[in-house]
Design a binder for this molecule. Structure first.
Ligand SMILES: Nc1ncnc2c1ncn2[C@@H]1O[C@H](COP(=O)(O)OP(=O)(O)OP(=O)(O)O)[C@@H](O)[C@H]1O
Ligand SMILES: Nc1ncnc2c1ncn2[C@@H]1O[C@H](COP(=O)(O)OP(=O)(O)OP(=O)(O)O)[C@@H](O)[C@H]1O
Ligand SMILES: [Mg+2]
Ligand SMILES: [Mg+2]
Lengths: 256, 256
């Protein structure tokens, strides 16, 4: 029975997709059966695994509109242990996803329930919003992981995200827990980075993961290489960082 | 009669808000009367002008639900010539904005029509999506400006944005034109940056603005300083770059 981890932040470009792809690959290299479930209409996950988005037959949009069964939309990637359910096929659009999410907050939860028997972990890549799609994502998850960029703008967005989490816990998903805050794109040469990292540890203490992800060019070329960084550059600073994050999350999940 | 420029990109964190705030301030320093119209529920604009978001009485959400007149929601910032209509007051939420946008694509256009007699330029800060909020934004604009990060992910998102623009032109706003593609966060020390900049000029030639914005720490601390970079650090690389962008846009608008 899979654990469902939602990677969420309403702030754009903080590393949600980079985190989902690399964590998924890192868990798979530990022998886990991983499903990457893409709710973000941008469709940035497929190229990270060398999949041409124009070849996608059906996306989550078709599943939520009951055109096909969830398992029929799952793609086996070329990486052992990693499957992908993409948000949109070329003929589908973002509005269909938003309409389904606004009509029925628990709809993704029902889709996930049909899929969890077949995997060890489901990682959900959410869009940069706190609207209908993000709420549907949080309602479907066991836990949520928040990438936080070590920059001023990103730090201030945590309050509204926490409000949304509390609303979803109250109305739909009381069991939802926090997997942690993951500090991303850290450049400790800048005073801003050091200051924000300290503030995060002071304010959110035990929720902040000890492993941080540095700003590094090796994490930018996944769509070019067609593979996650933990695969094509496992020994690089970026690859090592995400392997450490995966190890820390797995260790946390063992705790009682 | 104001020109309405929408700053759009479904990619997160590419510099939409940083561009909207700095362009607005640069135009105001040229003597223009500027309205910043925030459609992005994140509310990142207010802190760029030293406005505490908890003091906001009514946002665009109230205007779209007909609780108040558009002009009643406009805040005079401490900077001469710059006014702000924020997306949300603390008691409002993102879902209200999304519902209004899905119900009535032209609703923002009607709000803008009530405001344009009072300004020289309206700059709209859009959220990182191509859903209902983005479409409502494009339907309300005279032109759209796209910040494009000099990184692989960002480059590939232009196709879907252009499809959305074409749909909106066909169904709602035939006069919509492209103000340009603005290359942001350029770090020409990295091979990735140089390659992406070349690809953009090859593929979109005359649409790419000549002025580019470097990746620089001076563009990150607007919420800390409570002022746009073109105001608090006009001579810095970041301040100079956005002044150049403003000059180029104003020169383009003079052409027949
Ligand atoms: N640690 C890092 N170092 C350098 N670049 C990074 C790092 N993590 C991500 N990036 C780059 O930053 C950009 C944004 O990352 P990513 O797409 O993962 O963020 P996101 O939160 O999923 O964005 P969105 O909100 O648009 O979905 C990408 O171009 C990516 O390659
Ligand atoms: N040229 C630059 N150099 C360095 N940092 C920058 C630059 N432009 C923006 N930033 C920083 O990058 C982050 C994202 O910028 P910004 O918020 O303007 O993007 P956005 O597209 O509006 O994001 P969103 O999609 O979440 O609305 C911010 O922390 C900002 O301070
Ligand atoms: Mg993403
Ligand atoms: Mg923004």
């Amino acid at each position: 029975m899979a654990k469902v981890i939602a990677v969420v932040s309403q702030k754009g470009g903080v590393g949600k997709t980079t985190t989902a792809a690399n964590l998924g690959a890192a868990f798979a290299r530990e022998g886990q059966n991983v499903l990457l479930l893409e709710v973000d209409p941008q469709g940035a996950l497929a190229p990270c695994f060398g999949i041409d988005p124009t070849t996608i037959q059906h996306g989550l949009a078709s599943v939520l509109q009951d055109h096909i069964e969830p398992r029929a939309a799952v793609i086996e990637t070329s990486m052992a242990g990693v499957s992908l359910l993409p948000a949109l096929a070329p003929h589908e659009d973002e509005l269909e996803l938003e309409r389904c999410a606004s009509a029925h907050t628990m709809h993704l939860r029902e889709v996930v329930d049909a899929l969890v028997p077949h995997y060890d972990v489901v990682i959900v890549d959410a869009p940069p919003t706190l609207g209908f799609l993000a709420r549907m994502t949080l309602a479907a998850a066991d836990s949520y992981l928040v990438p936080v960029q070590a920059e001023q703008f990103a730090y201030r967005t945590l309050d509204r995200l926490i409000d949304t989490v509390e609303t979803i816990k109250k109305d739909f998903n009381p069991e939802l827990t926090c997997e942690g805050l993951l500090i991303t794109m850290v450049d400790l040469r800048t005073r801003m980075s050091v200051k924000v990292v300290n503030q995060l540890y002071e304010n959110f203490g035990d929720k902040v993961l000890m492993s941080m992800v540095p700003r590094t060019v090796t994490l930018q070329d996944m769509p070019v290489k067609g593979k996650p960084t933990v695969v094509h550059a496992a020994a690089s600073r970026g690859g090592k960082a995400y392997n450490d994050v995966a190890q820390e999350i797995m260790a946390n999940q063992q705790k009682p």
